[in-house]
Design a protein around this ligand. Structure first.
Ligand SMILES: CC(C)(COP(=O)(O)OP(=O)(O)OC[C@H]1O[C@@H](n2cnc3c(N)ncnc32)[C@H](O)[C@@H]1OP(=O)(O)O)[C@@H](O)C(=O)NCCC(=O)NCCS
Length: 184
């Protein structure tokens, strides 16, 4: 969806722009998808599984930009994409359309500067405006940083998927389910 750009000041004094992703961001996003998958195990994919073509990425970003029920927000620092946060509805059928879910990731060099907090705050505002009742997410149990951030932003833990992920090193990892009511 289209929304207004917001400018924030990071903990290191730099400026960060929060804005919608557009199809023009596709080339940089492809690099971002691969590199972030290399930098952390806590995302859903390994770098070699990232096979989206430029044309496909352009189309994905175009659809998200034009969809009034999808938020795809970039954080840009010094003209470079530092990370993004996306929110989408869980389903369009009446029984599910009060729910949306969120994903977020930043390049490692931008962790700890307050970008995650700012993305979640702005996303939450927009998700409320769209009319969703609750924002949900899943996080790997060992992802202490992300769990701390979500808790600080008002998410509560509601359950656990045992052995939800199998890493390449042969270890299994639980996922924690979290949610936040948007109408409070
Ligand atoms: C998770 C992620 C988005 C967080 O973004 P971020 O910009 O680093 O987060 P912020 O700097 O806004 O805030 C993190 C907060 O958690 C706190 N925190 C960090 N590590 C912590 C820890 N080990 N224990 C307790 N609190 C911790 C920080 O102090 C900060 O709180 P504060 O602002 O009150 O000081 C980012 O680290 C990331 O992209 N990680 C890799 C991808 C990922 O894990 N995505 C989530 C998948 S579910």
């Amino acid at each position: 969806m289209k929304f207004q750009e917001r400018i924030i000041t990071l903990k290191d004094g730099r400026t960060c722009v929060l804005r919608p992703a557009t199809p023009d961001d596709a080339p940089e996003m492809l690099v971002w998808l691969k590199k972030t998958a290399e930098e952390t195990e806590f995302l859903l994919r390994y770098p070699d599984e990232e096979k989206i073509t430029l044309e496909e990425e352009v189309e994905i970003l175009r659809k998200k930009y034009e969809d009034p029920y999808a938020i795809f927000m970039l954080a840009v620092v010094d003209g470079k994409i530092a990370g993004n946060c996306g929110v989408a509805g869980i389903g369009y059928k009446r029984k599910f359309r009060h729910r949306c879910s969120m994903g977020i990731a930043l390049y490692k060099e931008f962790w700890g500067l307050g970008i995650g907090t700012a993305l979640i705050e702005y996303q939450t505002e927009l998700a409320k405006q769209i009319g969703w009742r609750q924002l949900e997410l899943e996080v790997v149990a060992d992802n202490v940083r992300a769990r701390a951030l979500y808790k600080k932003r008002g998410f509560v833990e509601t359950g656990r998927h045992p052995d939800a992920m199998l890493f390449d090193d042969g270890t299994f990892h639980d996922e924690i389910l979290m949610y936040k009511l948007l109408n409070e």
